[in-house]
Design a protein around this ligand. Structure first.
Ligand code: SAH
Length: 388
């Protein structure tokens, strides 16, 4: 049996990025049992779809920068629950090129007399580095998060890193001088290229800006969306709602796969802007995106007698709201496809729907989006049971 990658990870305990250090087949068994314990009472659970190669799957890698007492620059992750940086040069779940770029940035700093940012004094320059790679397009974005807007020897630094990694397609400086746990600040300055990358998923092209939400495991996202579209059983004339839509990925894939009309709703304004661009980028005219709370949106859409055939819902870990679920029942779509990143809140929401409506759970498919971590993703199909 293949050994788990994290068993060999020297910083497993300190880092906290991974929570499971058993062999991969055992991890899948653990996740399967957890989903069955929580959801079996609703419907039979299909076997979890794992990865063939559960390594280096993360397309987005970020590292914090720090200078220790002897003046050595360290890059890596915060030790779980602290602000102490654990030095990491390569990680079994992160993209290899991204890791190499981060190390190269660190090695370049001294020759350009660039310092690292000190969280206690608020002084210094480089705070974090973020790298995102489009696995299909191989476009690479390097984001340098700095404590000050002033970037000494900016052009030469950009030239030096591009010389080592000509595959980088865009470089962005992001300024974050706030005392915050968020990596990225609000001010941005494109130093090279377009300021965003694109990736192709399920035959559609998506624009990814430094701050956009984009699924971090593109291989398994293809599997997940494939299942979601299969469960939706689109024939070509349906009205489809994509709720909690992020940058519009599921709705856009649905529109490409035959949905007649798609309406997306999302709370984050930046994501909505990306969703609109993405719809245009894929030459789709039958799709509209709205910014707002999904529950509020569903309530007013239900009042306006909107009658979608299929509703996709992909809420954050907290799950959906009662307002959303009550309006969903009122709207009464033929099929509901629930994509969930938290089986506990999924169980709660499915219980509410079973107790308060004619919806029955027909399929439950777990997909391993996050090998070596405890996170579990599921896609669920609900349909209305015909009234007796
Ligand atoms: N379906 C997308 C995004 C899923 S992540 C994808 O597959 O990429 C969940 C999304 O729900 C996030 O984009 C988050 O901003 C959004 N969200 C969180 N709370 C929300 C709410 N109350 N109403 C609408 N969207 C919400």
């Amino acid at each position: 049996m293949e050994k788990s990658t994290t068993e060999r990870c020297p910083v497993y305990k300190k880092c906290g990025g991974c929570q499971l250090d058993t062999a991969y087949p055992e991890q899948l068994g653990f996740k399967q049992r957890k989903v069955e314990r929580l959801l079996r009472r609703f419907c039979k659970v299909a076997p979890i779809i794992g990865m063939d190669k559960p390594c280096h799957y993360r397309n987005k890698v970020q590292a914090a920068f720090y200078t220790n007492r002897s003046g050595k620059i360290i890059s890596g992750v915060y030790q779980s629950g602290t602000h102490h940086v654990v030095g990491i040069d390569s990680c079994m779940i992160e993209d290899k090129t991204a890791d190499k770029i981060i190390v190269a940035v660190r090695k370049l700093l001294p020759s350009f007399k660039l310092t690292t940012y000190n969280e206690d004094t608020g002084k210094g320059f480089l705070r974090h580095v973020l790298v995102r790679r489009g696995f299909s397009t191989n476009e690479i974005m390097l984001v340098l998060v700095t404590g000050t807007p002033v970037f000494p020897s900016k052009n030469n630094f950009v030239k030096a890193i591009l010389k080592q990694f000509p595959e980088i397609t865009t470089i962005v400086q992001n300024v974050n001088n706030l005392s915050t746990n968020l990596v990225l600040g609000d001010r941005q300055n494109v130093l090279y290229g377009k300021g965003y990358i694109e990736d192709v998923l399920c035959g559609c092209r998506f624009r990814i800006s430094p701050k956009s939400f984009y699924q971090i495991n593109p291989v398994q996202t293809g599997v997940l969306y494939g299942k979601a579209i299969e469960f939706a059983q689109l024939r070509g004339d349906e009205t489809v709602l994509d709720t909690y839509c992020g940058i519009g990925t599921i709705g856009i894939v649905a529109a490409k796969n035959g949905a007649g009309r798609v309406i997306g709703v999302e709370l984050n304004g930046d994501a909505v802007r990306d969703a609109i661009t993405n719809a245009k980028r894929n030459s789709l005219k039958n799709i509209r995106f709205y910014k707002g709370d999904a529950g509020e949106f569903m309530e007013s859409a239900a009042e306006e007698e909107e009658r979608p055939d299929v509703v996709f819902m992909d809420p954050p870990r907290a799950g959906s709201s009662e307002k959303f679920l009550r309006s969903l029942i009122k709207m009464s779509p033929e099929r509901v496809v629930y994509v969930s990143c938290n089986p506990e809140t999924l169980a709660r929401d499915l219980r509410f729907l079973s107790e308060n409506s004619d919806y029955k759970v027909k399929k439950i498919q777990p997909v391993d989006m996050f090998p070596h971590t405890e996170h579990i993703e599921c896609v669920v199909l609900l349909t209305k049971e015909a009234k007796k």
